[in-house]
Structures are given as C-alpha cells and as structure tokens.
Write a protein that binds this ligand. Structure first.
Ligand code: SF4
Length: 366
C-alpha cells in the first residue's frame, strides 16, 4: 500500500468517522471484503490501525486495504450482531480462522444418507446437527465412540461404499463387513448388508433421542453390560464400563443444562441506543428473531406485543441440538449476557406474552 493511499484513508476516517458503536469493513483492490470488525468507538478503533507496528495483524490488514467502510450503529449489542452476521455471510479471509475457538468441540450428527456421529471442532453450514459446545475433546471423543458402539453406528470415512440390505436384495451380493468394528459386532455394517436403510436410520434416531435427553437407552445398555460383567466376575471390565457410563451420563447432563440455558434465552431485550435510537430485540432460544425500534406510541407498543406474542407462541421443535445456522448466534448471545449480566434487567421474559391473556382489570392497570 502506498503511503499516499494510507494518508487518504486516514484523512477519510478523520473526516467522517464518529466515536460511537459501529462495524467497519476493510476492502481489497476489487472491493472484496478482507476484514470485518466492530467497536464501541469506531473512529478511535480505525485510527489505531494507522498506528499499528509492522508485524501486527492490524498493520497487515490496513496494508492490504484499498478502502475502508463503516456503519454507525445504535449500540454495542447492535454492532456485535451486525459484525457476526457480516462475517458469517462474507467470510472475510482475515476473520475466518481468527474467530474459531479451538478449546471447544461439538457432537455432530452428519447429514448423510447413512449418517455418522462425530466430534467436530466447529460448526459449519452443511446441514448436520450439532450438540454442544463442550470442553475436553478427549472425553467427548470417548463418549461419541461409546454411543456409536452401543447403537452399532458406523464411524468410517464419508466415502466408504455402503451396501444396505435393501440394495443387497437388488444385487444379490453377500459381503463381509469392511472393518473390524463390523466383524466384532460394534457396527451393524451398513457397508455389507447388515441392515436396511430404515433400520439404520432408526438407530440414528435413538442416538438423537439420547443427545436430546429423551432417553437414556445407551446408558441402560451399558448398565446391562456392567451387570453381566460383574456376574461373570470380570470386575476390571465392569469398572471400565462403569467409568464409561459415568462420563456418558455427564455428557447428557451437560446437554440438558445447555438446553435449559438456551431455553432461558427467550425474551424481549430493550437496548438504549445512541441519540435515542433504542431498539427491541426479540430473542427466542438464544437467536435474535426480530429487531424493531423501541415503541414510543401506543400503536407501536401494540404492534410489538402482537409480534412478540406471535413469535413466542409459535410451536417449534424442542431440541437440545443446535442447528448449524443458529448455533453460533446462540453462543454469541449467551456470551453477551454472561459478560454483561446486568443487561438481563432490560429483558422481559417470553412468558409475559405466552401466559394466559390478562383479565380486563389487569389490562386496565387496576
Ligand atoms: S463395518 Fe462397515 S459401515 Fe461399519 S464402520 Fe466398518 S466399514 Fe463402516
């Protein structure tokens, strides 16, 4: 980047940017977005880029920027949400890796013809279901392996050829399972006609039911094996199974707790904005479903009430799994309220709109 262009960019920021919340974009030579950032004081943040030392990330970004754009937003929360959505949509090269948190992982139920239960380091928009996040990848890997073994699910590579029993009838082939898990009965072997497609999907449904807290079937299977091992005086093996059962139970408890946390993130959140630009965010299960100017008149208040009532009363599947398109936003919102617990005082719970209709006296304020 030439010194002249840097000077022009800096002059533009000095002339137009204000010290208020907002989101900025660094653009490359063809107008492509290289980086998206947010700040509660956009002008100060942008000017800091021009003072960055060689070797700092900020210096590298501004060094490649051919233009800088920004939007002023009413509040820090609005900026946080706008930044998140822009990054998700545009996937700027300087943001993508930076935003991943390598300390967490998810249980991933893949969206494949013959699905698998895996451990994933991050959520992608590939149609899979994600459960978590969890800390401690090793223990989650163990838990996933235990569920896969107990329900005899496949864990082989995505491109392993599958020969379901329904197909076998068609081709009249007989094959051995392609790996040792199938040979020792830890996988029902859909690769070798061990089950029909429907039978395999029924097993996947049982895994999902466990992750959603609807059943503890894998735990019951483990307990039966513990019992058998103890009866056969295989005490070491029984102790090993008991440890596995304990960690599996813990994972399910964590998911239930997460589900309760996500469920509690259902409310209307009023955020005071710059120069009176107050906004109301309707948040259901941790994702922001609507954003409106805070009502100032009775008709506006009624319009908000109608929208909130419709949104919070709508029937939605109660799932502990986070769908890919919402998982990251749920985590973002949860983190915001964890870091700013005082903001919960600005929320009105969803139950205010989903309870029984107010009596005429109550509605009239008596
Ligand atoms: S038995 Fe077949 S389907 Fe099962 S894990 Fe092995 S290769 Fe995959």
């Amino acid at each position: 980047m030439s010194a002249h262009r840097l000077q022009q960019l800096r002059a533009d920021v000095r002339a137009r940017a204000e010290n208020r919340p907002g989101v900025y974009r660094m653009l490359g030579p063809s107008g492509e977005v290289l980086y998206v950032g947010k700040s509660v004081a956009v002008r100060t943040r942008l000017l800091s880029y021009f003072r960055a030392e060689r070797g700092e990330k900020a210096a590298e970004i501004i060094g490649h920027a051919h233009a800088v754009e920004w939007d002023h937003l009413p509040s820090e929360f609005a900026a946080l949400l706008h930044e998140f959505r822009l990054i998700k949509r545009l996937r700027p090269p300087y943001n993508v890796e930076h935003k991943r948190d390598s300390s967490v992982c998810y249980i991933k139920l893949t969206r494949e013809a013959v699905p698998r239960l895996l451990v994933a380091g991050h959520v992608t928009s590939d149609g899979s279901e994600y459960f978590g996040p969890f800390r401690g990848r090793a223990r989650i890997t163990e838990a996933v392996r235990a569920v896969a073994d107990l329900l005899e699910l496949r864990d082989c590579a995505a491109d392993t050829p599958m020969r379901l029993a329904d197909q076998m009838q068609l081709f009249r082939l007989a094959e051995d399972p392609r790996c040792v898990r199938g040979q020792v009965g830890r996988c029902v072997a859909p690769c070798a006609g061990g089950c029909t497609h429907a039978e395999y999907l029924a097993r996947i449904a049982r895994a999902r039911a466990f992750l959603e807290g609807e059943t503890d079937e894998p735990l019951q299977l483990l307990r039966a094996r513990i019992h058998t091992a103890a009866r056969r005086l295989q005490f070491e093996y029984a102790a090993e199974l008991r440890d596995r059962a304990d960690s599996l139970e813990l994972v399910q408890q964590e998911l239930l707790q997460l589900g309760r946390t996500v469920e509690s993130l259902s409310f209307a959140y009023t955020v005071p904005g710059h120069a009176g630009e107050d906004r109301v965010y309707l948040v259901r299960r941790g994702s922001v479903r609507a954003e409106l100017p805070a009502p100032r008149t009775t008709p506006e208040r009624r319009a908000l009430e109608t929208q909130a009532c419709e949104l919070f009363s709508r029937t939605e599947p109660e799932t502990l799994g986070l769908r890919a398109h919402e998982a990251q936003e749920v985590l973002l919102v949860a983190r915001w309220f964890r870091l700013h617990p005082e903001e919960l005082e600005r929320t009105v719970p969803a139950s205010a709109w989903t309870g029984p209709p107010p009596t005429p006296d109550a509605a009239a304020g008596h």
